[in-house]
Design a protein around this ligand. Structure first.
Ligand code: ATP
Ligand code: MG
Length: 393
């Protein structure tokens, strides 16, 4: 297989930061691509290069999904000073694609190389123009050839394939996502992965009062999302005792808010044990009664760590489109009965407050309910790709 070069956005990546970033991206790429064949991801002064023996189309398709990759490019490798060879590769691409114009964009990663990148552009430009008759056009060329002069080798490619972007998972710390079976929370969790966070998942269920459908959905969603972080933990927390207590002991209109406050308290305990630094929810302002600004504040009042809401400014349609791209939509729309729908009040409070909720909770054994839910929590581990899980086992 010809090598594939991997590029990332370099803004704000300096010094030690950059080395961490590159090492993490290298490890994540190796995890994602390893099962496709004999693959080696190598760090060079100029970035990352994938070498080995596998179907290059499959390698590119998977590499594009790895968070932190801005774009991937299939390249040809030549000896460092073999500019004739590089020119031949570009001529072949021009004969294949018949562009009306071209340009060369080269970078000199090996600063000891004796030609400047400007000079490499000129030399190659002339050779290619003489061989094909196609004119050079610096602005808006129909074909752009990217040349990188590296340590002992020169790479050339003509097609940048856009990838997911963001930061490599594992460079920004851990967060804990509250995952319902709905459309929004999986998208919220993914957005945090894309910002470099490792995401733990917590799902609350009302089993055995309702069937295991939401639990199965949560498992399927986590399995799908593990594609972007290679290893995930899902915590399954029974909420039924808390819901029953709220139904019997608290005002009906506050039920959903009280469920949410318990969810936050419990998720936070799980997060603390896992050294996670923030909670994540799929809320978007104003979407439903529990998501008014007043109610968000009433829920946040019991949080001791930041509650991140990466979808807060998104429209439902944008969230749905993203869920479809991620492949979580089809899982989320399977019918189920989310725990929040159990004992649903006819008229939920739209503008409650911390004080009102705290007053209602006086009638409840808050600490005991939290402790018992935690004691009954189950923990599952997921790995992706499945091939590597088999190899590791
Ligand atoms: P979603 O599509 O994610 O279910 P939603 O629009 O249905 O969101 P709500 O039902 O109000 O909104 O839930 C808001 C957020 O609360 C969810 O995005 C999720 O983060 C969290 N949440 C709700 N139910 C659960 C649950 N059963 N387990 C874990 N988290 C939950
Ligand atoms: Mg929901």
């Amino acid at each position: 297989m010809d090598p594939i070069s991997i590029h990332f956005h370099e803004i704000a990546l300096k010094g030690k930061n950059r080395a961490n970033f590159e090492r993490r991206l290298q490890a994540n790429l190796q995890a994602a691509l390893g099962p496709l064949g004999r693959i080696k991801v190598v760090r060079h002064p100029g970035g990352l290069l994938i070498d080995g023996d596998a179907d290059p189309a499959e390698v590119v398709a998977r590499a594009r999904e790895v968070c932190g990759v801005a774009y991937a490019m299939r390249v040809k490798r030549h000896p460092q000073d073999d500019l004739e060879g590089v020119a031949r590769t570009i001529v072949e691409a021009i004969r294949r694609e018949q562009p009306s114009s071209f340009r060369i964009t080269s970078r000199r990663r090996d600063k000891s190389y004796d030609l400047t990148s400007e000079r490499v552009n000129q030399v190659l430009g002339k050779m290619v123009k003489d061989a094909t008759g196609v004119p050079v056009r610096l602005n808006g060329a129909a074909l752009e050839a990217f040349v990188v002069v590296m340590d002992g080798q020169t790479l050339v490619g003509t097609e940048k394939i856009k990838a997911v972007g963001g930061l490599p998972v594992g460079t920004a710390g851990r967060v804990t996502a509250l995952l319902s079976g709905g459309i929004d929370s999986p998208v919220a969790a993914w957005r945090m992965m894309k910002r470099g966070c490792s995401v733990d998942f917590v799902h609350f269920h009302s089993y055995p009062r309702v069937d295991r459908a939401t639990i199965e959905k949560a498992e399927e969603l986590v399995e799908r999302l593990t594609r972007w972080q290679y290893r995930s933990k899902l915590f399954l927390v029974p909420l039924l005792e808390i819901q029953t207590a709220a139904r019997l002991q608290a005002p009906e209109k506050l039920r959903v808010l009280l469920y949410r406050r318990f969810m936050v308290r419990i998720a936070q305990k799980i997060a603390e044990r896992r050294r996670s630094r923030a909670l994540v929810t799929g809320e978007s302002v104003g979407q439903v009664a529990s998501q008014t600004l007043q109610n968000i504040a009433a829920v946040d009042a019991v949080a001791k760590m930041p509650v991140l809401r990466p979808l807060c400014g998104m429209d439902k349609q944008e969230i749905v489109d993203q869920a479809k791209q991620l492949g979580t939509f089809e899982i989320s729309i399977q019918p189920d009965q989310d725990c929040c729908q159990l004992f649903l009040p006819k008229h939920p409070a739209v503008a409650s407050s911390d004080a009102e909720c705290a007053e209602a909770e006086k009638a409840m054994d808050v600490d005991g309910l939290v402790a018992r839910a935690l004691a009954a929590t189950e923990r599952l581990t997921f790995r992706w790709p499945a091939e590597s899980a088999a190899a590791a086992a």
